[in-house]
Design a protein around this ligand. Structure first.
Ligand SMILES: [Zn+2]
Length: 325
């Protein structure tokens, strides 16, 4: 499958690492890991340039990985929550529901009090989309699907994100080679989408002193096996609990919503109208984790190759030197 952007290229360009450093929602896991292993890792890192070593992620890579997994998973959660809100509140959907909840997810996920700085989690979600793009010609099934083409979804989501803060996402736009003249319409696209969503949601938004009757809850099924590491990141971040809490406080829910993380045998996510629940498959979360770790491993392999070549060159030069004397 042809890919328009590769994760390794984005990592090499520093795009994934940069926004992550500004992360306010730095997961506890990253902090703990830094406390316990920080020094040993720092030592290994300074050696990294000259010594050949086995693959082991640096602290920076671990933090970037966490932000990537969390950012992409969070977008999916908001997308599915979008379906739940459309259903619960009987919101009018003019156009395709899948596109509508993509834009709702972006609106809900973008921070309100942003002052020109990009949000690392949503930047990671945009990059996650970029990695999955294929340059293959779409099939009839893809055109008929309830979802727009991945390319369209990616550009639409990007435009809203960029439109919310052109300064904050300028680097992202440049790296992703977004067409400059099209970028100009993104701020008004974002403003219109934002206004219209909050207008539509207005009657269901909780006022001051509102006591929630129903809650959004999070439940974690076992992530044993392949998804163990990804599952650990999601659980330990406690991000989804705080999202659930803020959803509970923001809306006058008519029925409870449980965000279920569970194994489904497929890398996907669903809204189940019968139960009103949202399911996020561990396999999907794991695909973000795997993609990123795979990219780090590829970078590591390249580094090791270069080191080997360097060592060989040095040894050869030394031999030649010894031969002379
Ligand atoms: Zn959907």
């Amino acid at each position: 499958m042809g890919r328009l952007f590769t994760m390794a290229a984005l990592l090499a360009a520093g795009l994934l690492a940069a926004p992550v450093q500004a992360a306010e929602t730095k997961p506890d896991t990253a902090k703990k890991a830094a406390e316990t292993k920080g020094e040993a890792k720092a030592g290994a890192k300074s050696d990294g340039g000259t010594k050949r070593r086995k693959f082991e992620m640096t602290e920076d890579q671990r933090e970037s990985l966490e932000a990537f997994v969390l950012g992409n998973t969070l977008f999916v959660v908001f997308h599915e929550i979008g379906h739940a809100l459309v259903d619960q509140f009987n919101l009018p959907v003019l156009g395709r529901e899948e596109d509508a909840v993509d834009s709702l997810a972006a609106i809900l996920m973008l921070p309100e009090d942003e002052e020109g700085e990009g949000d690392p989690l949503i930047a990671n979600a945009v990059l996650g989309w970029a990695f999955t793009l294929s340059d293959e010609t779409p099939t009839a099934e893809a055109y008929m699907d309830e979802h727009s083409l991945d390319q369209q979804r990616f550009y639409q989501i990007f435009c809203l994100v960029y439109g919310s803060s052109p300064k904050g996402y300028a680097d992202l736009a440049e790296y992703l080679e977004m067409p400059k003249d099209k970028l100009k319409r993104c701020p008004s696209q974002y403003a219109q989408t934002y206004d219209n969503w909050w207008k539509a949601l207005g009657p269901d938004v909780a006022g001051k002193g509102f006591k929630p009757k129903h809650k959004v809850k999070v439940s974690y099924g076992s992530a044993k096996g392949d998804a163990r590491d990804a599952g650990k990141i999601v659980r330990e971040a406690k991000l989804f609990e705080s999202v659930a809490e803020s959803l509970t406080e923001t809306f006058r829910l008519r029925r409870p919503i449980t965000i279920r993380f569970e194994k489904c045998g497929i890398a996907n996510a669903f809204y189940r109208p019968e139960e009103g629940d949202v399911t996020i498959c561990w396999e999907l979360v794991d695909s973000y984790h795997d993609g990123m770790v795979g990219a780090y491993k590829a970078i590591h392999r390249e580094e090791q190759k270069a080191l080997k070549a360097e060592e060989r060159k040095k040894a050869k030069a030394l031999k030649a030197e010894q031969g002379k004397s």
